[in-house]
Design a protein around this ligand. Sequence first.
Ligand code: SF4
Ligand code: SF4
Length: 152
Amino acid sequence: MGGGNGANGAVAPVISEGYLQEIQSSNWSERHTAFIAGLGTFCLSYALISEKGCAGRYGSVITDIDLAPTPRTAKGLMENCLDDGDGVCNKCIERCPADAISHEKKDHNACMMYIIENVVGVYPEKYGVYTSGCGKCQTSTPCDRVNPKREK
Ligand code: SF4
Ligand code: SF4
């Protein structure tokens, strides 16, 4: 909706005063916002697969400016994942060094413990990179750079 007095507002939630982040949760999710905006769907590794794949990061700005919506590319919650009931893809399961991904669910604790022990304290000194994930489930997979369903 456009502002009635001609003045529009906008906020980037993760740099706003109201943003709260704890170890495993926060009160704003860029991934879920991207899903709501129609950019892609979730998948077995709980990443969001867009037409450009899942190896990336999202950022959001919420505004009341009238914008023409771009069409949603997928209908279902996990439509872009190859592991969708009709097909099976084990790649992110095989790639995860913490055994945190299964066909049933993702074990967030196992993922977090692996990252604390092997990434957060190691990568900055070894690679000069600060990161909150190991990223193996989002790289060298059929969905890392493309929507694998669109590739078919
Ligand atoms: S690697 Fe396969 S199962 Fe895992 S998220 Fe990507 S498409 Fe889905
Ligand atoms: S970020 Fe690393 S540890 Fe966590 S689920 Fe993905 S591959 Fe496994």
